[in-house]
Design a protein around this ligand. Sequence first.
Ligand code: ATP
Ligand code: MG
Ligand code: MG
Length: 380
Amino acid sequence: GSSLGVLGGGQLGRMFAQAAQEAGYQVHVLEPDAHAPAAQVTATHLRAAYDDTDALHALARAAAAVTLEFENVPASALEWLDAHVQLAPHAPAVAVCQDRAAEKALFTRLGVPCAPHAVIACEQDARDPRQASLLPGILKTARMGYDGKGQVGVRTLAELAEAWNALGGVTCVLEQRLVLRLELSVVLARGRDGRIVHYPPQQNLHRGGILFASFAPGAELDEATVCRAIDAAHAIAQGLEYVGVLCVEFFVLGDGSLVANEMAPRPHNSGHHTIDSCDQSQFDLQVRALVGAPLIEPRQHSAAVMLNLLGELWFDAGGRLREPDWQAVLALPGAHLHLYGKREPRPGRKMGHLTFTAQQADEARARALRACAALGLAPF
Ligand code: ATP
Ligand code: MG
Ligand code: MG
C-alpha cells in the first residue's frame, strides 16, 4: 500500500514523515500528545496511548508497514503489530534496545566489548561489596532513560545503595565510569534481505549527558577505529536480524580501545546531519528499509557539523522567553536550520538542530563555531 505508520510523534517521527511524504507515501502517526511535532505534518494523527487496542487496529488497517521513532513502546503493542503488519524493526530487536542489561548481554555474546558492568536488580545487588570493583561508576536505569535521565554517578558502596533507591528501586545497570577520549556513532540500515548500508561514523560531543554536536567527519577519528566501529555495528545488526535503521554509540578510551555504549532502533540525533550532507538521509533509508525498497550505499557529499538547539536558547539571562537570533545564524554560509515546531521551550528540550555543511571539515567547524558565538553557546 501507499500508507505508512509510525509509532511516536516526536521530531524523529516528523522527519520520518517528511521523508516518506517526499517519496509519495501517506503517513499515519500514533501519538498521545495533540501538539507533537509529527502530528503537525502527517495525514492522520491517531491520538491514543501506544498500547491502545483500537488505535493499533486502526493503524494496522490504515498502514501496510509500520516503524517507530520511540523505542519505549510497550512490548505487547510491538508484538501485536509484528503479527499483523510489516513492522520494522521487529519486536524482539526493539525489546533488546529497550533494556540496557539485554543490550550489554547481546554485545558480549557477539564479542563486542562494552563497559565493565553489573545488573542491579534488587537491594542485595545494590549492597553487594563486590560492586566496589566497578566504582567510581554510573548507575543507569535499565529501561526508559534518555538524554542522561535516569542516571546517577556513584563513588562509594553507600552511594550506590542510596542511588538505587533514589532511582526507584527498579532494575539498573551499574557501569564503570570510563575515561573517554572521544565518542562516535554508526548509523546503518539493514533490509529484509540482510543487505546492510551505513554512513561514515560521526564523532559526537556530549554536554551534561545530552548530545551537543556531531562532526562528520570527526577530526580525531582514525581509519582503524572507524573500521572497527563499522564492523561491530554490522555484527550487531546481523546478530539481531535487524530490519530498519539502527544506531550504535561507541566510546574510544585512552588506550585507543573501542567499547559499545548503547544502541537505538531508529534514526538517531547524531545522524541528523545526513539530511543535508548526504544524498540520502537516515530518514530516507528508514523509508526504504520499511517498504522493502533497495538499499544503496549513501554518499556523503559535504562535510558537516550538527549542533543541537536545546530549550535554554529560548531564554534570556533574566529567564524571559525570546526567539534565538536566527538572522545571525542564517547569514552564515552552509547553514541548515531545522526547527521541530515544539510549543514550549524547556531547558534540555530538543527544539531543533542546525547543520553546517562545507566542502572541507575544518570549514564546517569554523562555521559552526561562528554560530555558537552568535547563539551564545560555549565553543566546542
Ligand atoms: P541517549 O540520549 O544517547 O539515549 P542515555 O540517557 O541513554 O543517552 P548514555 O548514552 O548511556 O545515556 O550516556 C550519556 C553520556 O554519558 C554518554 O554519551 C557519555 O558521554 C556519558 N557516559 C555514559 N556512560 C559512561 C561511562 N560508563 N563512562 C563514562 N562516560 C559515560
Ligand atoms: Mg540512550
Ligand atoms: Mg546515548
